[in-house]
Design a protein around this ligand. Structure first.
Ligand code: C5P
Length: 308
């Protein structure tokens, strides 16, 4: 496929994700964990804008309230994505890009914000630079940058195995309404996996997909999905941040169909019966002084897409 946009800049919109199920094996010799996970892309987005820069120059600027917490330049995964793509094209000295990321996906929130920006940068640069590269190759380059990048490119609902980077689409009917309880502090993914190793040195036994989640998604049954949500990293995340228990259990008591820590956390995702139920839960949690930063989203939504 030839990505091409006949203009001086492109903008790609890319969603964050939550994990409806995340099962993890023990740490592998390469430091990663074998995962069996079911991703759902949800309606919180970063925009990645790419414009031409002098040959060989790659810069990354981040905009948004949490911009100061995000690295710039080649320290940012989006910058690395651009560099990797230019190298793949054999044109590192000829291609340049100025990337500007408008950040709305929570930073270190367990929603693949960094991977989303890398996915956005890959698609934006492939288009800006007019490269002949197919989606499968883009996903391979993405997986070298971060385990969640292939899913951020694709979006929707998918089963991820290996490091979570080998994807198979999952049939999903209907739209699911979530209330996200975001957290100011963030959690480091490597730190959560390390605590998981301490708590469960042998990982999940056996490591397999959650059939009840696939059944619920195929039927569009939010109630069944709520009961089936599962995340092996949740005990590790809550062990590191026991203060999150209060909002987690309150959301369930107040009528959420289910609750799960998203990925390595600390974002907590509450599944709600409807958009109105998500608004109601948001009002109730706020009135109890819980969840200072609540956000309603829905899923599944498509992955990285060109806006211009
Ligand atoms: O691939 P990514 O850079 O997003 O992963 C961040 C960190 O999360 C890794 O360095 C590793 O510590 C941990 N991780 C893991 N197993 C996975 C995915 C991530 O241990 N399957």
């Amino acid at each position: 496929m030839k990505f091409s946009a006949d203009c001086d800049h492109v903008v790609v919109r890319v969603p964050g994700k939550i994990n409806l199920a995340l099962r993890s094996g023990p740490r592998r010799p390469d430091g990663y964990h074998d995962l069996v996970t079911i991703f759902q892309a949800v309606s919180v987005y970063d925009n990645v804008r790419a414009e031409h820069a002098p040959p060989g120059e790659i810069s990354v600027e981040v905009l948004g309230p949490k911009a100061a917490a995000v690295p710039t330049g080649l320290a940012n995964l989006a910058g690395q994505a651009a560099a990797r793509l230019a190298a793949w094209a054999g044109a590192e000295h000829r291609l340049g890009v100025r990337l500007v990321i408008e950040k709305d996906i929570p930073v270190t929130g367990g929603m693949a914000g960094g991977s989303a920006d890398a996915a956005g940068a890959l698609l934006a640069c492939a288009t800006l630079w007019d490269l002949s590269i197919d989606s499968a190759r883009l996903a391979v380059l993405g997986a070298e940058l971060g385990a969640d990048v292939p899913f951020c490119l694709r979006g929707g609902t998918a089963l991820g195995v290996n490091r979570g980077d080998q994807l198979t689409p999952v049939l999903s009917r209907g739209t699911y309404h979530w209330l996200l309880a975001l957290d100011e502090q963030g959690l480091s993914t490597p730190a959560v996996f390390s605590r998981f190793d301490q708590l469960y040195p042998r990982g999940s036994q056996p490591l397999k997909a959650e059939q009840s989640i696939c059944d619920a998604l195929a039927k569009g049954d939010a109630e069944q999905l709520g009961k089936a949500l599962v995340n092996d990293l949740q005990p590790a995340a809550l062990n590191l941040r026991p203060d999150l228990w209060e909002v987690y259990s309150s959301g369930l008591e107040l009528g959420a169909l289910g609750a799960v820590v998203s990925g390595s956390g600390p974002t907590i995702a509450f599944l709600c019966r409807s958009e109105a139920a998500a608004i109601e839960l948001s009002v109730q949690l706020s009135s109890e002084g819980l969840g200072h930063n609540l956000r309603r989203v829905h899923g599944p939504v498509p992955g990285a897409r060109l806006l211009i």
